[in-house]
Design a protein around this ligand. Structure first.
Ligand SMILES: C[S@@+](CC[C@H](N)C(=O)[O-])C[C@H]1O[C@@H](n2cnc3c(N)ncnc32)[C@H](O)[C@@H]1O
Length: 275
């Protein structure tokens, strides 16, 4: 048994070399281990508690397991979603992809959308929550992702408005869509990842030799299936090659957007402008 403040100090010290926010992570792990809110730790500062669950969680984190995989929770767009190993942990910049997509849905009164690579389901779910009239199809190649996305859709109350399908790209997906949204894997195969990111699934991260191969396939697919709008998240160094590719494929109306760090992060395109 140890007092809560002692465990926070132990955790912060143990994590100082692997985390940029060691004390915060120690508190998150301790509140998870004790099954309480973080704020309660401060109220119970001098209380003695069992240490086993906390020390186990701490040891996983010291081995670079992402904290979200240990707590099996992730905050995204002010909501809490379930997350598990084998499924990509949502990143804050993906909120921007949702905002750009939502803007198009609103401006053009779009009603049928499809998402490729839904992962934990956050994009499809947030859009379905925002637009009650929207019909959403969401696909992923990973069975683990589809299972988790269905669970998240259920707990967010939109399971009846999202059709989830395990498939690659739009293989065996029938129907017509007004918009395709995707945050596909876009990292180049040989890019060195940091030790924590290495625990995330490779098929959610790597997009090919250059990194943007899957994005190019999605552009082609959008044209082939005559889907008029496309919104994509991409790597910070992919604007020039993708701008050339869109132009080469005859798309003339597209806009790139940056993330909060000022890095190029994605684009929206009107695919019906092809001559
Ligand atoms: C970068 S993750 C995005 C997950 C989630 N949409 C998000 O934004 O957090 C990419 C997802 O694409 C899926 N994926 C990879 N190749 C795919 C393919 N050919 N067809 C469908 N999904 C694919 C991966 O399994 C992964 O879940």
């Amino acid at each position: 048994m140890k007092q809560i403040h002692e465990l926070i100090d132990i955790g912060a010290k143990e994590l100082k070399d692997i985390s940029r926010r060691p004390k915060l992570e120690a508190e998150i792990l301790l509140s998870h281990a004790l099954g309480c809110e973080r704020i309660d730790l401060h109220r119970r500062y001098y209380e003695s508690v069992e240490t086993d669950a906390f020390l186990r969680a701490l040891s996983l984190r010291k081995n670079h397991i992402p904290i979200e995989y240990i707590t099996e929770q992730v905050s995204f767009y002010s909501e809490t979603f379930a997350i598990r190993p084998g499924v990509l942990i949502p990143r804050p910049e993906t909120e921007l992809l949702i905002d750009h997509t939502a803007q198009l849905i609103e401006e053009h009164a779009l009603s049928h959308i499809v998402e490729i690579g839904t992962g934990s389901g956050i994009i499809a779910i947030m859009l379905a929550k925002r637009f009650p009239h929207l019909s959403v199809t969401a696909v992923d190649i990973s069975p683990k992702a589809i299972e988790l996305a269905k669970e998240n859709a259920q707990s967010q109350g939109v399971a009846d408005r999202i059709e989830f399908k395990e498939t690659s790209l739009l293989d065996n997906v029938e129907g017509t869509f007004d918009l395709l949204v995707s945050n596909p894997p876009y990292i180049a195969n040989n890019f060195p990842l940091d030790a924590t990111v290495c625990h995330e699934p490779a098929n959610a991260l790597f997009g090919g030799e250059q990194g943007d191969e899957l994005i190019r396939s999605i552009i082609d697919l959008c044209l082939e299936r005559r889907i008029p709008w496309l919104t994509i998240e991409m790597g910070y160094d992919q604007k020039a090659p993708l701008e050339s590719y869109l132009t080469e494929r005859g798309v003339s109306a597209f806009t790139f957007y940056s993330d909060l760090a000022g890095l190029d992060r994605g684009f929206t395109a009107n695919m019906s402008t092809v001559g």
